[in-house]
Design a protein around this ligand. Structure first.
Ligand code: APR
Ligand code: ZN
Ligand code: ZN
Length: 359
């Protein structure tokens, strides 16, 4: 039995319960969780914005130590420090074979299969196939990437989603070149990571936008050249910083049609907007057919920062080690499994960057 934060339905309070976690089967790994970040996607799964069946153990941004490996698992052994990957590429589908492992057709398979039982025998689902809001979890072997010894294990959890997604949006999806101008809308764990990614990419103008003053301050510490409050004249203020044109690249890190539309409006003629946020299925974005021609802009979706974990995790760990990417500054709270509802509430208010659950 292990303690886990179980959610029984939309809008319910999370209950910390003992769950029965089986030994890892063939091709699975059991991981003792060191830390798990609270991501906005967890809140969206909990509040019904994104579809989720219940009961579920959420948490998809985790790090830990291998407790046991199932038959056939050779890339990690008990005791190894590891990062959890919530969309593990299968390596064999059309997308994986065509260099787009972040779009793997099988990446979400584990999220649909119960992985443990409650005390009364009810089957529980693993949130995004990961279930990191628990003392231990069991995941597919491909969802476990070894971390080099010496990596700060708790903070490394942030590499599981926010940092990989935010930096990957800049480096992999948009491929921002040195000297570019960039706007980042929404400065949670994901947006602040996009700011850091833009700085590392060599962007010379990095405009960070968020209603929360604390977040704007953090963004400046992480490399933003300008920090602005959203508002009706945002486009005007951004054009004033970019020779009257608008930015080359905008990153929407909120997940709402209004902010997608605002991000799009900040780009120059020929500019590109990368939508990193995950919004609801009925939240529609509008633009006119004529403006598409006139501005010749690009709008693109982005899944998991277009990451290939095998390539990107070692690169990110190296950047963390040499100080180019700061994980510690993203962590604004350390909480227990019983603090997740409060972390969700703070997230709804837009307060705090990342809360790290230490189970
Ligand atoms: N303009 C700019 N920023 C805004 C606005 C707005 N109109 N409204 C809210 N925000 C800010 C919030 O203040 C907050 O700082 O957006 C930020 C969102 O951050 P988090 O809630 O911490 O979300 P995060 O975990 O970073 O995820 C961002 O990416 O992966 C997806 O599902 C995730 O859609 C979510 C997005
Ligand atoms: Zn996430
Ligand atoms: Zn695949």
């Amino acid at each position: 039995m292990v303690r886990a934060a179980v959610l029984h339905g939309v809008g319910e309070a999370i209950r910390v319960e003992e769950i029965e976690l089986p030994a890892p089967g063939p091709g699975q790994v059991r991981v003792r969780i060191a830390a798990a970040g609270v991501c906005h996607s967890d809140l969206s799964l909990a509040d019904g914005t994104l579809d989720q069946a219940f009961p579920v153990v959420l948490g998809h941004e985790g790090s830990g130590t291998v407790a046991a490996v199932g038959e056939g698992v050779t890339h990690v052994s008990p005791g190894d420090p590891v990062l959890l990957i919530w969309a593990p590429p299968c390596g064999a589908c059309w997308f994986c074979e065509h260099g787009e492992p972040h779009l793997c057709a099988k990446a979400m398979d584990a999220s649909r299969v119960p992985y443990a039982r409650l005390g009364d025998g009810t089957e529980v689902l693993p949130g995004l196939g990961t279930a990191a809001f628990a003392e231990e979890t069991v995941v597919p072997a491909a969802g476990v990437v070894p971390l080099p010894p010496g990596a700060a294990l708790e903070e490394a959890a942030l590499l599981g989603c926010a940092v990989t997604t935010g930096t990957g949006a800049v480096w992999n999806t948009a491929q921002v070149p040195p000297g570019a101008s960039v706007a980042v809308i929404g400065l949670g764990g994901v947006g602040l990571s996009a700011v850091q990614g833009a700085r590392v990419a060599g962007a010379t103008v990095i405009v960070a936008v968020d209603p929360d003053e604390g977040k704007r301050k953090l963004a400046v510490e992480m490399g933003a050249t300008d920090a602005l409050e959203p508002g009706a004249d945002l486009g005007k203020r951004v054009r004033a910083l970019t020779g009257g044109r608008g930015v080359d690249h905008a990153f929407e890190c909120v997940g709402r049609s209004a902010t997608i539309r605002a991000a799009w409006g900040l780009t120059r003629r020929g500019g590109m907007t990368t939508v990193v946020g995950v919004g609801g299925k009925d939240d529609k974005v509008e633009f006119s057919a004529l403006e598409l021609f006139h501005f010749a802009r690009t709008l693109t979706g982005c899944v998991y920062g277009s990451t290939d974990p095998a390539r990107d995790v070692p690169r990110l760990v190296a950047y963390v080690r040499d100080g180019r990417v700061d994980l510690g500054a993203l962590v604004t709270a350390r909480i227990g499994l019983d603090g997740i509802d409060e972390a969700f509430a703070a997230m709804r208010r837009g307060q705090g960057a990342r809360s790290l659950v230490i189970p």
